[in-house]
Design a binder for this molecule. Structure first.
Ligand SMILES: [Zn+2]
Length: 78
């Protein structure tokens, strides 16, 4: 199913937005930072709680040789 993959929220205001593409969520965070100076954060729905950091370290695609990325964002390239 076409589930929401990320929710962007901001601890400094009422921003809350959901995205199906991680790059769009990242853009939202960057735009929000530019516009307001706030540090919005995202929650990745597809990953179990606590896995985000491990995913950043190991790559979340699970394929050896393509996981040497410094961010799970790369996974969204299409
Ligand atoms: Zn904000």
């Amino acid at each position: 199913m076409a589930s929401k993959r990320a929710t962007v929220t901001c601890p400094d205001c009422d921003l809350e937005a959901t995205f199906t593409k991680l790059r769009e969520a990242r853009s939202c965070i960057e735009d929000h930072r530019t516009e307001t100076g706030h540090e919005a954060v995202w929650e990745l729905h597809e990953l179990a709680a606590g896995v985000e950091q491990a995913g950043e370290d190991a790559g979340v695609c699970g394929r050896p040789g393509s996981c040497n990325v410094d961010s799970p964002l790369v996974r969204d390239s299409q």
